[in-house]
Each structure stands twice: as structure tokens, then as C-alpha cells.
Design a protein around this ligand. Structure first.
Ligand SMILES: NC(=O)c1ccc[n+]([C@@H]2O[C@H](COP(=O)([O-])OP(=O)(O)OC[C@H]3O[C@@H](n4cnc5c(N)ncnc54)[C@H](O)[C@@H]3O)[C@@H](O)[C@H]2O)c1
Length: 337
């Protein structure tokens, strides 16, 4: 067998087995020389030093330590970092790019379950399922049980506002083509022509809020996206609107959202919050028209395998000189998640 490049795992043990089940490890080991029994969550100590000294490819994931100048100095042969999880940028010192390392992330694969979750919540949110189910459960004998009072609900011919044609946002846009809805998109990095190609009308944030029966947030957490849904914009939303946030809690002003939802004017589905987690007893956790889930939209359980499949395929592309699908370039860092 020809010499295989040496690779090293840096991924938390809790995620390892799900991301790299045995059959994927077998496939990976046909490409690289890697010890499947060793994964590092710290690069301190002699075992990590010995592994880094030989490593040509680092297969990272959740729990990977930050890759800084010290790590690079200990890894003189390192050529590529393949991240088998979502966002990688917080783990990268810019020196990684100065050294010419090829960086790839499986964010594309992690986006799939987030888009699926979003579509489910759009359908349920449009039907006001959460508030209506709560009223149904709380009804005492003899009171109307709400099963015919669906006025103003449902996805049919309503307007969906998508904030961010990110990897998740684009998958949501693609899935929305299967529904008879009008789609608005806000994204400063997308032209009107590209938005039309994605099946959406490009609009400003205020316009999106004024017209969106359902608004779904998919932009990255950046200084300029903090509180992009603030009190003023939440007030622009039509009565009965539903806000879905699977992106990051900081994109919405939590206090303003709490006030708007508590008034009953709008509803929300929040997979991410600010702060996260919300403190016990927070009003958002008790409102019948708000569903808060514990940051579970991204890959979990069976979905983890998709990250490993992406990473193994990416290693194959890297070794054969093919373009990487998840390549992260330094100039993208200011506007990606
Ligand atoms: N809930 C979860 O489990 C989960 C999982 C994965 C990702 N996320 C979050 O989902 C969001 C999308 O992730 P991704 O990997 O698809 O992001 P991404 O890196 O693909 O997003 C980058 C894109 O966002 C768009 N964008 C940048 N600035 C914007 C702005 N000011 N307004 C609107 N759009 C803007 C641009 O099109 C840019 O190319 C992020 O906030 C990410 O943290 C959450």
C-alpha cells in the first residue's frame, strides 16, 4: 500500500462515535494513516506533541482546541485542517492562513438539519400550533377547544421573510420552493438577481418585517447583526407574525421580543437565545405562544454521521487535488458564522 498521509483527530469524545462510526473510520483509514483510538481535546503533553510532529491533516470537530501559532509550531508538516462540525472560525488564529494551511468546515452538512427544523417550525408556526395546543391542553370541560378557530393561520399564500442567504438560509430557500408562499430575502451580500434566482424578492430589513407573516433568522452573529430584530422592527411585524430563530440569540433583542410575545401580538420559535440558556423562570419559557428548544437544530444523534461523511469526502478531495466543498478562505471570516 502506498504511504498514506498522517492524520490526527482533535474532537471531543462525546461527539466522536456519532461523527465517525466504524464504517466511516474504515473508509478514512484507506485515505490516511490515523489512530482511531486517539483524539485530542488539548494539545498539551507529550502524546499530543508526538502526534502533532507527524500530522499532515488535522481532523477537528467539537472540543478541538484553538489552533494558534504554538500548535502550528508543534506541527511543521500540517497542510490541512478538516473540521467535522459547523463553524470553525472561533478556533482559528489568523496565523493558520499565514502558514498557508487549507481549511475546510462541514458547516454545509450541519446546515441540513437546521433547514429541516426551520421548515417544520414554519409549518407548525403558521398554524399557530404551539399556542393553540396549549389552549387545548388547558381547557376545562365545557369550554370551546379551539379546533375550528384557525382564522388567519396556515402557510397557504403567506409571506415568509428569510434573513440571510447563508448555507442554512439557502437550504431553507430551496425547500420553500415546494410551498405556495411568497418569499422575501434580506442579505447585504446578495444581489436582486441572485435573490430572484433563489426564488425570493430582495428587500431591506424594515420591508421584510412589515410584510413577513413568518420571519426566519439565518444570518451569522456579527457586530452588525446584533439586535437586527430590535423593538422597532418587531413592532413593524404584522399582527400574528411568527419569528423563528435558529441562528444566534444575539440577533434579536430578547427583552423586546419577550414584550411583543407576552402581548400576544406575535409568536416565536427559538432554538437559540440571548442569554443561552435562558435562566430558569424566564418569561419566554412560560409563554404559550413561544417554543424554546435547547439549541438542537444542528446535527445531533443520527445527523452527526453526515458531518463525518462530509469530512471523509473532503479529505479525499484534498488528497486528490480536487476543489474542497467546505473551503474556508480568510477573506470570508468577517461575514461567515
Ligand atoms: N441552531 C443550531 O444548532 C445552528 C446550527 C448551525 C448554524 N447555526 C447558525 O445559523 C446561522 C447560519 O449558519 P451558516 O453556517 O449557514 O452561516 P454562513 O457562514 O453560511 O453565513 C454567511 C452568510 O450570511 C449572510 N450574511 C452575512 N451578514 C449578513 C447580514 N448582515 N444580514 C443578512 N445576511 C448576512 C451572507 O450571505 C454570508 O455569506 C449562523 O448564525 C449559525 O451560527 C445554528
Amino acid at each position: 500500500m502506498p504511504r498514506r498521509p498522517v492524520a490526527v483527530f482533535a474532537i471531543a469524545p462525546w461527539a466522536f462515535g456519532g461523527v465517525f462510526p466504524v464504517d466511516l473510520l474504515t473508509r478514512l483509514r484507506q485515505l490516511v494513516d490515523i489512530d482511531p483510538a486517539t483524539t485530542f481535546t488539548s494539545f498539551d503533553g507529550p502524546a499530543a506533541a508526538a502526534a502533532l510532529a507527524e500530522a499532515e491533516i488535522l481532523l477537528s470537530g467539537w472540543g478541538c482546541p484553538r489552533i494558534d501559532a504554538g500548535v502550528l509550531a508543534a506541527a511543521p508538516r500540517l497542510r490541512a485542517l478538516v473540521h467535522a462540525a459547523g463553524t470553525v472560525k472561533a478556533r482559528l488564529d489568523p496565523v493558520v492562513f499565514d502558514r498557508g494551511l487549507v481549511v475546510s468546515s462541514a458547516a454545509e452538512a450541519n446546515a441540513v438539519p437546521v433547514a429541516d427544523y426551520t421548515i417544520a417550525m414554519l409549518v407548525l408556526g403558521a398554524k399557530q400550533v404551539f399556542g393553540r395546543a396549549a389552549r387545548y391542553a388547558a381547557a376545562v370541560e365545557g369550554t370551546p377547544r379551539d379546533w375550528l378557530s384557525g382564522e388567519g393561520t396556515g402557510l397557504h399564500h403567506c409571506t415568509v421573510g428569510v434573513i440571510g442567504a447563508s448555507r442554512v438560509g439557502r437550504l431553507v430557500l430551496r425547500r420553500l420552493r415546494g410551498f405556495d408562499v411568497e418569499v422575501l430575502l434580506h442579505d447585504p451580500y446578495v444581489s436582486a438577481a441572485e435573490a430572484a434566482h433563489l426564488g425570493a424578492e430582495l428587500v431591506g430589513m424594515d420591508d421584510l418585517c412589515r410584510r413577513g407573516d413568518l420571519v426566519t433568522v439565518h444570518a451569522p452573529a456579527l457586530p452588525e447583526t446584533r439586535h437586527m430584530l430590535d423593538a422597532r422592527r418587531l413592532d413593524l411585524l404584522p399582527e400574528g407574525a411568527v419569528v423563528i430563530n435558529t441562528a444566534r440569540g444575539s440577533l434579536i433583542d430578547t427583552e423586546a421580543l419577550t414584550r411583543s410575545c407576552a402581548s400576544g401580538r406575535i409568536s416565536a420559535v427559538l432554538d437559540v437565545t440571548d442569554p443561552e440558556p435562558l435562566p430558569p423562570g424566564h418569561p419566554l419559557l412560560a409563554l404559550p405562544n413561544v417554543l424554546v428548544t435547547p439549541h438542537l437544530a444542528g446535527a445531533q444523534g443520527r445527523e452527526l454521521r453526515r458531518l463525518g461523511e462530509f469530512a471523509v469526502a473532503e479529505v479525499g478531495r484534498f488528497l486528490s487535488g480536487a476543489p474542497l466543498v467546505g473551503r474556508v478562505e480568510p477573506e470570508q471570516l468577517p461575514y461567515i458564522a
